[in-house]
Design a protein around this ligand. Structure first.
Ligand SMILES: *Cc1c(COP(=O)(O)O)cnc(C)c1O
Length: 370
């Protein structure tokens, strides 16, 4: 990437597809015409070629070592986005059983997952934060899950509302815990052994659109019926090393580079979490110290380190804020229409400098308009 191209980049607060590390983009650019040693571009290469198989294994192994994933789990690279997982999960783990699946609803994405799951079997929404406009997550004891539930599903970070679980929700040990971690994947360490399945589309925090990482405990692979459409059966993907059909090769390649960047440049997920806490705190302090000029959407104990959502006193000020921010190279800050206000998505790859710049802009804007 030329220096000019880099200097033309604004601070991009898009919720997804979203900011990627400049060093990763630069590597991709360097290797785009010809993958070193391969004599073709990665995009022109068979997914059965040894160079790609190495890239695939490298991406998987980087995720395994970053997250401490043991061989009890399969790591799959699938297409269809997070949205297909809304259906694949109940199709494999609920369809045809007489069990009920438990869902915790703390925002828009959980709600969509519930809508799809209803088509597959019986579900029980054990906790619903809709009546408070999705501004919090449940505490332990706020809901009950039956010991024989097919699974307990939740979304660890609701991207639109900016509401994040600080740790896993309580779940009986007999029930597989399932997480949509699309917008906080790799933002902090977690104990994967607590999960039956955890998945994330890449385009928020881990790469470009096109690939979804699914980490599934191997004993769950046998639950899908052979009558499922082949693509929808997790077992097919696990048995064929994510090559049951052509996987999204380019997206997997970039995801692998992002995982390496986290390991080598950032220093792992503990270090990433510390940075994310500091970055998000800069914005939450600007909100809390604005004497009520900015109103946080999420309750303080479940504020997201990834998507910071807040509102301004009125629509004129909101419009002026977005315009003024863009003039300061701070772009894509408009909140989702269902929540309104501002949403600053500050994923792993958002440099601290971008967050500092936004925090300063917020303070300046509040003092001029408050
Ligand atoms: C973006 C997002 C989705 C939807 O992802 P698609 O890849 O567009 O299907 C689902 N869940 C969460 C938490 C998201 O942030």
């Amino acid at each position: 990437m030329t220096a000019t191209a880099v200097s033309q980049r604004a601070f991009n607060f898009s919720a997804g597809p979203a900011v990627l590390p400049v060093s990763v983009l630069q590597e991709v650019q360097d290797e785009l015409l010809c993958l070193p040693g391969a004599r073709t571009s990665l995009m022109e290469m068979s997914h059965r070629e040894k160079e790609f198989i190495e890239i695939l294994h490298d991406a998987e192994n980087s995720l395994r070592s970053l997250m401490g994933i043991s061989d009890d789990y399969a790591v799959l690279f699938l297409q269809g986005g997070a949205a297909l997982q809304f259906s694949m999960i109940p199709a494999n783990l609920l369809r045809g059983t007489d069990k009920t699946a438990a869902y915790i609803q703390t925002g828009t994405w959980g709600k969509k997952a519930i809508g799809e799951a209803k088509k597959e079997g019986k579900i029980n929404v054990v906790y619903d934060a809709a009546t408070s406009n999705f501004n919090h997550v449940p505490a332990a004891g706020d809901y009950q899950v039956a010991d024989d539930a097919a699974y307990l599903y939740y979304c660890s970070n609701e991207t639109i509302q900016g509401v994040q679980f600080q740790s896993e929700p309580e779940c009986p040990s007999s029930v597989p815990l399932i997480s949509d971690a699309s917008s906080d994947f790799l933002c902090r360490p977690l104990d994967i052994n607590k999960y039956g399945l955890l998945y994330a589309c890449a385009q928020k925090n881990a790469g470009p659109a096109g690939v979804t990482a699914v980490i599934i405990r191997r004993d769950l692979l046998d639950r899908g019926s052979d009558q499922l459409p082949g693509y929808l059966n997790y077992k097919n993907h696990a048995e064929n090393d994510s090559e049951w059909n052509t996987p999204p090769t380019f997206a997997i390649y970039v995801l692998g580079k992002v995982a390496r960047w986290l390991t080598n440049d950032i220093g792992g997920l503990d270090a990433m979490e510390k940075i994310n806490r500091e970055k998000s705190q800069l914005l939450y302090s600007a909100i809390d110290e604005s004497d009520g000029f900015y109103a946080s959407h999420a309750k303080p104990d479940c504020r997201s380190t990834m998507n910071v959502t807040f509102n301004l006193p009125n629509d004129e000020l909101l419009t002026a804020f977005i315009k003024g921010a863009a003039e300061n190279d701070l772009v894509n800050l408009k909140g989702h229409r269902s929540v309104g206000g501002i949403r600053a998505s500050i994923y792993n790859a958002m440099p601290r400098e971008g967050v500092e710049c936004l925090a300063n802009f917020m303070k300046d804007f509040a003092s001029k308009n408050g």
